[in-house]
Design a protein around this ligand. Structure first.
Ligand SMILES: Cc1ncc(COP(=O)(O)O)c(C=O)c1O
Length: 374
């Protein structure tokens, strides 16, 4: 089941690595499949985890005002300074990108000298896709459902010099303790933590994002990937950023297309970095936690449905025998959910469901209950 020559929990995929034993690549699920492919007009969207609430005026106004500046090339300096201040870092430890997705590509393209790249799965598939596109050979560490998809740093090969992990992780919704993630860092390794959904997490008694490493400057080789897509409903604008050591970010910037982040996207980055925006994010995360608890409660009341681990983000991973067929029946009845089988480490018995308001959840779970009874 596992690639020859690799410890349990790992498999390999991608190009040749002549200095290592040949590995048997497992059939790759479709890494390019994303939730947006599941949504067509007329379906209730439980597949894409982007918030759909109306944009607040403090965000709309600067984005709109930026339209008057489009004759000039974008200048990222003010947005960079604002994001740096938000995360209590110097400005040269911030690289603004056209969404988190561009960050993965920059890492894969710039770090060509990496010898052993490891992606911890199940997770968002673009980091692996970007690595493969850049010609890297990728090894997978697959966290088992049996342990609640909990991160075990021991599973990552000691000599891996590039490691990708998501926190909270898409699609499992598991939030790993910051110290467990940080324990993956070591000299000579670049540790990439995808925190695209970190702003959706919350914990009682914790003021900020509970397990974020975004402000941590003491972890060697740490690059934190952030996105403004999810909470602020900006998927179409393309804005995210990387946080990490200045020297490493300079290498990544060297392969970034000139003027990669547009002026309206820079305006959004600036607006979303203010204390007002961060406070609003916390409120949204608190509300989300209530809606998530409601969804989890209703789902776990259904026969044959289970939820592995403790969901902490804007979506819930559901285990259910025959989920692939159930997904198709849900579509026939007007609901799009995210298939699980294209995530390495999952299969046809998994679905990812977005957290929505309680009325939407009720309608969805009532339908699911009927389908399961039939
Ligand atoms: C975990 C995770 N990281 C990154 C991204 C990419 O986000 P962006 O829109 O900022 O490129 C996504 C998008 O679905 C995601 O789910």
């Amino acid at each position: 089941m596992y690639a020859q020559g690799y410890p349990p929990g790992t498999t390999a995929t991608g190009g040749e690595a002549p200095d290592r034993p040949a590995a048997v690549a497992e059939p790759s699920p479709d890494l390019g499949h994303h939730g947006d492919a599941e949504v067509v007009p007329g379906l209730v969207d439980l597949a894409v985890n982007v918030r759909r609430d109306p944009m607040p005026d403090w965000l709309r106004a600067p984005i709109t005002a930026a339209l008057d500046e489009l004759a000039s090339y974008p200048d990222p300096s003010a947005a960079r300074a604002a994001v740096a201040a938000r995360h209590r870092r110097p400005a040269d430890e911030v690289l603004l990108t056209a969404g988190a997705a561009e960050g993965f590509v920059l890492l894969a393209q710039a770090l060509r000298d990496v010898r052993r790249a490891v992606v911890v799965h199940p997770q968002f598939t673009e980091p692996e896709a970007a690595l493969l596109a850049a010609g890297h050979r990728v090894e997978r560490v697959v966290l088992p459902a049996e342990t609640g998809f909990r991160l075990d740093p021991e599973l990552v090969p000691a000599d891996a010099d590039l490691v990708f992990v998501g926190n909270p992780t898409n699609p499992t919704s598991v939030l790993h303790p910051a110290e467990t993630v940080a324990a993956l860092a070591r000299p000579g390794r670049v540790l990439v933590v995808d925190e695209a959904f970190a702003d959706t997490t919350i914990a009682p008694g914790v003021t900020g994002e509970p397990e974020s490493l975004a402000a941590r400057r003491d972890v060697p080789g740490l690059v934190v990937v952030r996105s403004l897509t999810k909470t602020w409903g900006l998927a179409g604008l393309r804005i995210g950023y990387l946080l990490g050591p200045a020297g490493l970010l300079t290498r990544l910037a060297a392969v970034q297309p000139l003027w990669a982040v547009s002026t309206p996207a820079l305006a959004a980055a600036r607006a979303c970095a203010t204390p007002q925006a961060v406070a609003a994010e916390r409120q949204i995360a608190a509300r989300l936690a209530e809606d998530r608890a409601y969804l989890v409660d209703r789902l776990t009341g259904l026969p044959g449905v289970s939820i592995v681990g403790k969901p902490a983000s804007a979506f819930v991973l559901v285990r259910l025998t025959g989920a692939a067929d159930v997904r198709l029946t849900l579509r026939e009845h007007g609901y799009a959910v995210r298939r699980g089988d294209t995530f390495p480490g999952l299969g046809t018995d998994w679905l990812r469901v977005a957290v929505r308001d309680t009325a939407t959840t009720d309608a969805f779970v009532d339908l699911l209950a009927k389908i399961l009874e039939a």
